[in-house]
Design a protein. Sequence first.
Length: 299
Amino acid sequence: MSQPNIAVIGLGLMGWGIARNLLESGYKLVGYDLSGERMQELMALGGEASKSPAHAAESADIVITVLPEPRDVEEAAIGQYGVHKTLAENGLLIDFSTIDPVTTMRVGEKLASKGIRMLECKMGGDSSSSNSATLALMVGGNEEDIADVEPVLERISTSRTYCGKLGAASAMKLVNNMLAASILMLNGEALVLGKKAGLELDTMIDVFQQTFAANSALSSVFEDRVFKGDFEPGFFTRLALKDLRLAVQMGAELGSVTHYGAVTQQLLNAASNRGYATDHITATVKLYEEIAGVELRKN
């Protein structure tokens, strides 16, 4: 398609970076968010503000949704003031939200009955990846539709992995996040135990990286955040908790065991209740630190 008009629904930590990068790439963009302050910031960058998802979709060829919960996506897409009311036939909705496959397919079927296409692009990375246009996308849906919007996706991501038909990328994102969060929790548990036993952090990291214990979280979020005591928002603990809830729920629906996923969900829930809900997910390591009476910090 020629350069499309784009609407972005949800201008939070992840949606804001997507919207800003598309604006800076020259796309005409209208946005909708519950935050009036964010809408003012969008207009300051040259974007247009809308009154509802349906209003945002009136002049759009592509609508991007970046929302917290499955119910939010349903409301924005097919609710009373949803984009299905105004998005033109053959228009395209691309959902970037982390939701379950069942909801994704239900929304897709409802939109299809209105002649509207749907893709899913699930995001690998945090707000810094969104801001720097370096997202790793997990993509699901019709491959011809994906090819049609490749120029748009190139402006906000550095990699795109096709996962299958609509719903497949949602499943992939939940599986990925369950594994990533569980690895993060176990890293914290092991490092705190080692620190309590008198081991140096650098010694443990050096050994881990030479054995089957090696994992990228040790050289990324632990070095960048935990060891520096930086737990400022990037990927909220409460959003990770939502992702694990959906992953464990998917496992139950499919008859698949998710023991470690359930334990990770409980730890994230404890961290949220402890006051770390809007801190970066790495703040969950504080649970282990507080119990053991040690901190994983480098001078």
